[in-house]
Design a protein around this ligand. Structure first.
Ligand code: HEM
Length: 401
């Protein structure tokens, strides 16, 4: 069994500051051992993921039966489960998922809070949970190493054992869960809302998905990665969801390194050595590049946007290595949702909340879906129901698949 050693000078630079709960230097770490920060999740793995994602979706949707549920919370649950499969592969039996989720949620709850490390404060709870999460992850890592289990991202990280310390592996795993969960959940929540608000778009998506479903029934098989390539319309909805309300609130750091005084953009001189944080959301919402940018209009993506005007997954070496996985999981969920259920946002336009990713605010009323043939999923943003987001209720009478 390999031994963990003290980090060397190069590794120390990559560790989180002591006591930190924040974002690890994932891209840097990945670059260190792969020379390519984009390779942690291969195309092959992504393609093999559809059955696992489908299993998660099929486990999740019936859970909504006859209940009012908070869609944003459900989407967070879903994207967390998918992230777990991406990280640990399919061997999740040895992992206490609920414990992991609980610790992670507590960290998440406090990472943006006042840094008061005293009993009773959110930050304190988050720090404690981060420690417990680390211990849990380290136990799994040790077991995986002993069993020479090379599945998932953790397998890839462990193979780079000469270069990564124990803490670096756990930091990276934590960072990937963080990067994978809120982003995807936020986009899915908005897509559900926008599709529900726009019956014509929903009909078009349903039509596309029904066609694929017919093929699956005929060939008696589940959804594959290739099937998701035949969903251009639904994919455009994802782009619209990502560029509209949801457009990534992450940022990309541009380090101004040019010689001389710096770099000049129209009207502003950015001095040499400065770091600039472009906010992609403002680019996606700019009427310089998009007609009626506030409108949820997937048809705008029938034509490719101008270069560098649409970057929901970032750009450059630190752009999102999980982008294909994210699109895959969204498409798989939308396929099952639109072919088996009908839903309705019942309380509309109560505004947007940033946590930090945009999600619908709480505080709207529920209205029942008129559909008879379909199972209906009612959604609203109800005040005081904890967590906020879209509230969903599924009703009886689902059309058999
Ligand atoms: C729709 C969902 C997602 C969106 C909109 C999104 C967006 C982004 C963006 C904009 C960045 C760049 C941040 C920057 O430049 O500072 C990023 C980085 C990253 N994303 Fe995603 N992401 C999504 C899903 C995922 C998923 C599912 C995973 C993993 C399974 C993931 C893993 C990562 C990682 C590890 C990074 C850091 C890369 C680096 O620093 O080099 N993301 N993401």
């Amino acid at each position: 069994m390999a031994k963990w050693s003290e980090p060397n000078k190069k590794q120390k630079k990559l560790l989180l500051p002591p006591g930190s709960m924040g974002w690890p230097y994932i891209g840097e770490t990945l670059k260190l051992y792969t020379q390519n920060p984009r390779s942690f999740y291969s195309k092959k793995l992504e393609r093999q993921s559809s059955p696992n994602i489908e299993r998660i979706v099929l486990g999740l949707l019936p859970d909504w039966e006859n209940k009012i549920i908070n869609a944003h919370n459900e989407m967070k649950r879903f994207s967390f489960d998918v992230a777990m499969v991406a990280i640990f592969g399919t061997g999740l039996k040895d992992i206490d998922m609920e414990k992991m989720r609980d610790f992670y949620y507590r960290v998440h709850d406090g990472y943006n809070s006042m840094p008061i490390n005293l009993l009773g404060f959110r930050y304190h709870r988050a720090m404690k949970a981060r420690k417990s999460l680390d211990e849990l992850l380290k136990k799994i890592i040790t077991k995986r190493r002993e069993n020479k289990d090379g599945g998932g991202l953790v397998g890839t990280l462990l193979r780079s054992i000469d270069q990564l310390t124990d803490s670096q592996v756990t930091d990276n795993l934590f960072g990937v869960i963080f990067a994978a969960q809120d982003t995807t959940a936020s986009i899915l929540t908005w897509i559900l809302k926008h599709l529900s608000d726009n019956g014509t778009l929903l009909d078009l998506v349903m039509k596309e998905q029904e066609e694929i479903k017919r093929e699956l029934i005929k060939e008696k098989r589940g959804l594959t990665w290739n099937d998701t390539r035949k969903m251009p319309l639904t994919t455009r909805k994802i782009h619209a969801g990502d560029s509209g309300d949801t457009s990534s609130s992450k940022h990309c750091i541009v380090h101004i390194q040019r010689s001389g005084r710096g770099c000049r953009v129209p009207r502003i001189l950015i001095p040499r050595g400065w770091k600039v944080l472009p906010l992609f959301r403002s680019i996606h919402h700019s009427s310089d590049f998009f007609i009626d940018p506030e409108k949820f209009d997937p048809s705008r993506f029938q034509v490719a946007p101008r270069p560098n005007t649409f970057m929901p997954f970032g750009t450059g070496v630190h752009s999102c290595p999980g982008n294909e996985l994210a699109k895959l999981e969204i498409l798989v969920l939308l396929h099952h949702l639109t072919t088996k259920y009908r839903w309705e946002v019942v309380c509309k336009d109560d505004g947007v909340e940033y946590r930090p990713f945009p999600v619908p605010k709480q505080g709207l009323q529920v209205k029942r879906s008129p559909s008879l043939m379909w199972a209906a999923v009612e959604m609203c943003f109800c005040q005081g129901r904890g967590g906020g987001g879209v509230w969903v209720r599924r009703m009886e009478g689902a059309r058999a698949s």
